[in-house]
Design a protein around this ligand. Structure first.
Ligand SMILES: [Zn+2]
Ligand SMILES: [Zn+2]
Length: 125
C-alpha cells in the first residue's frame, strides 16, 4: 500500500517534468503535482528529483540568485539557453545561440564555455 503511493507520487513528478516543455523548479513541480494528487510533500518531490538525477534522466540548471530548475537530459545535452520571466519567475528554453562569443575575448584569453540568460516578460504575463 505504501509502496504503491510512493510509486504513484514518483510517476506523477516524472510525467510533470517530462511534459512541462520547460525547466521546472521544485515548487513548480509540487504545485502541478497537487493538481493530480491529494497531497505531496516537498521532501517527496526532492526525493523523486534526486532519483531522476541519479538515473540520468534530468539535469540541474543553476542560475545565480534563482531557485534551481531541472530539465530533461535529452534537452540539456543540446546546447541552448534560457529566458527568465521576471514577472512569473518561469524559466523557458531558448533554442539557438548567437555564437561568435570568442571574438569578445581579450587578447590571449581562451573560452571554455558560456552562459546566456535573457530576462523579460513571457507571453503569459
Ligand atoms: Zn511570465
Ligand atoms: Zn550558446
Amino acid at each position: 500500500m505504501k509502496e504503491t503511493r510512493k510509486t504513484k507520487q514518483f510517476e506523477t513528478i516524472r510525467s510533470i517534468i517530462t511534459n512541462a516543455g520547460r525547466p521546472l523548479s521544485i515548487d513548480e513541480m509540487r504545485k502541478s503535482a497537487l493538481e493530480e494528487l491529494d497531497s505531496i510533500g516537498l521532501r517527496t518531490v526532492y526525493r523523486a528529483v534526486r532519483r531522476m538525477e541519479e538515473m540520468g534522466e534530468i539535469e540541474r540548471i543553476k542560475v545565480q540568485g534563482m531557485a534551481e530548475r531541472y530539465e530533461l537530459s535529452n534537452i540539456a545535452s543540446i546546447h541552448h539557453h534560457h529566458f527568465h520571466c521576471t514577472s512569473c519567475d518561469s524559466l523557458f528554453d531558448i533554442h539557438g545561440c548567437p555564437g561568435g562569443l570568442s571574438e569578445l575575448l581579450p587578447k590571449g584569453f581562451t573560452m571554455d564555455s558560456h552562459d546566456i540568460l535573457l530576462t523579460g516578460k513571457c507571453n503569459f504575463c
